[in-house]
Design a protein around this ligand. Structure first.
Ligand code: NAD
Length: 417
């Protein structure tokens, strides 16, 4: 997402304002929804392997908890700032509202470089961070999850530390856990599955069957790889894939399982024999029906957007399109399914994990996928109807859906003073 005067939060507010104006949102609710409810800053001292003590700064922001407990990941990165964490917590608020799940939005982060830390140091840092915020989190307060540089193991440490503090095992304090520890089947594939559903529904809107589509995917990790695999299973032709090291092209469509196996072995799609090399500059202008950016933020820019020939863009990644590029695509009639809708299946399945943990009864993978299909179709349908009703693009429509849901409940709950 592009920053405004360097502030990611200001960029979020710009998107918010467009939808809030269309909704004619009253000033009081506008004020509430543009302020974070709670921002926590903690100092986490850790004894490093060399015996020295280092103090790490950690954040947890609960942006809005009107619809339910705060929900959102924790990232470990040297560039983490309070501004960034607050913006991400706000986006989680809108994403959960679009997905129509009973969660508010939260996010956390620790300023650290996990690539330079041992497992023991990472565990010590994680446990100290949880101890510092332990009163603020909990199954009914705030439920963290993985994000950049955090994983199942770190979620297991969070769950264990919280459980030690409250005196009993509490799996539902965090999602994205190992399946053996209360994680949900289907969580790992959930975001890619939702991207596949979004692509299928968008194609349907244009009267195109998936088997007649040619698709290009940027990024072949969790989101890009799984969505390419599932789309190919539905008969779509995945003709181009790129990752950090290079790209490949196959006019007839890849054998995606073979490409996945190659990537597992070589850590890149580059050099895959089942296609020809694709120069990085050729990717955006390919003759395809659907483009799926599933790598990083700010990939579709005002420089490459005019080259795009696809009719449909599905934002698997968070913030892959700059605001200027978004306007450019919209003005050319290109249908962009925004991140807060397209990749919302990740958090929807986190919600399923939380439900199963609280229930103490676990669903089969098939049950998880069926429920996910229903939630994703419901969300897509609500945003599409809103876009047609207000004659706005899908991004603005997603904000309208999210803001009206949070605003309605805010009005119903009234003001506690
Ligand atoms: P990942 O690390 O598994 O995969 C990222 C992929 O992008 C890799 O294939 C990598 O090689 C590729 N990549 C990196 N730099 C690139 C570049 N310059 N050009 C082309 N490809 C490049 O990550 P992921 O979990 O698949 O996440 C991808 C995006 O989706 C991120 O924006 C993430 O925030 C978002 N997202 C992920 C989930 C989830 O459940 N995993 C949920 C919601 C949103």
């Amino acid at each position: 997402m592009a920053a405004t005067n360097g502030s990611i939060f200001a960029a979020m507010l710009e998107e918010f304002d467009v939808a809030a104006r269309i909704l004619n949102l009253e000033p009081g609710i506008w004020q509430i929804l543009t302020h974070p409810k709670r921002q926590i800053i903690v100092s986490c001292p850790v004894q490093m392997d060399n015996g020295e003590i280092e103090v790490f700064t950690g954040y947890r922001v609960q942006y809005n908890i009107t619809l339910g407990p705060a929900k959102g990941g924790i990232r470990y990165h040297p560039g983490v700032t309070l501004d960034e964490v607050t913006a991400l917590a706000a986006w989680m608020t809108w994403k959960c509202a679009v997905a129509h799940i009973p969660f508010g939005g939260g996010k956390g982060g620790i300023v650290c470089d996990p690539t330079k830390m041992s497992q023991r140091e990472l565990e010590a840092l994680t446990r100290r961070y949880v101890a510092e915020i332990v009163d603020a989190i909990g199954p009914e307060k705030d439920v963290p999850a993985p994000d950049v540089n955090t994983n199942e193991q770190i979620m297991a440490w969070i769950m264990d530390t919280y459980s030690m503090h409250v005196g009993h095992t509490t799996t539902s304090v965090v999602t994205g856990k190992p399946v053996e520890l209360g994680g949900s089947l289907g969580r790992r594939e959930a975001t890619g599955r939702g991207v596949m559903i979004a692509a299928r529904e968008a194609a349907k809107h244009f009267g195109i069957a998936l088997k007649d589509t040619r698709i290009a995917v940027q990024g072949f990790g969790n989101v890009g790889g799984v969505s390419a695999h599932l789309l190919a299973q539905q008969g779509a032709r995945i003709v181009a894939v790129t990752d950090w090291k290079g790209g490949v092209y196959n006019e007839k469509g890849f054998d995606v399982p073979a490409l996945m196996e190659y990537t597992r072995q070589h850590k890149t799609v580059a050099g895959f024999a089942g296609g020809q090399p694709l120069p990085a500059g050729d990717f955006w202008g390919l003759e395809v029906d659907v483009l799926i950016p599933a790598a990083l933020e700010n990939q579709i820019t005002i420089e490459n957007a005019p080259a795009i020939k696809a009719r449909i863009v599905i934002e698997g990644a968070n913030g892959p399109t700059t605001p200027e590029a978004n306007d450019q695509l919209h003005n050319r009639g290109i249908f962009v399914v925004p991140d807060i809708l397209a990749n919302s299946s990740g958090v929807t399945t986190s919600y399923f994990e939380w439900v199963q943990d609280r229930y103490g009864y676990f669903w089969t993978e098939q049950e998880v996928n069926q429920r996910l299909e229903a939630k994703m179709c419901e969300a897509f349908d609500a945003v599409l109807k809103t876009s047609l009703k207000y004659k706005v693009d899908m991004r603005t429509a997603a904000y309208i859906v999210a803001i009206s849901r949070v605003a309605t409940v805010t009005r119903m709950r009234g003001m506690y003073a």
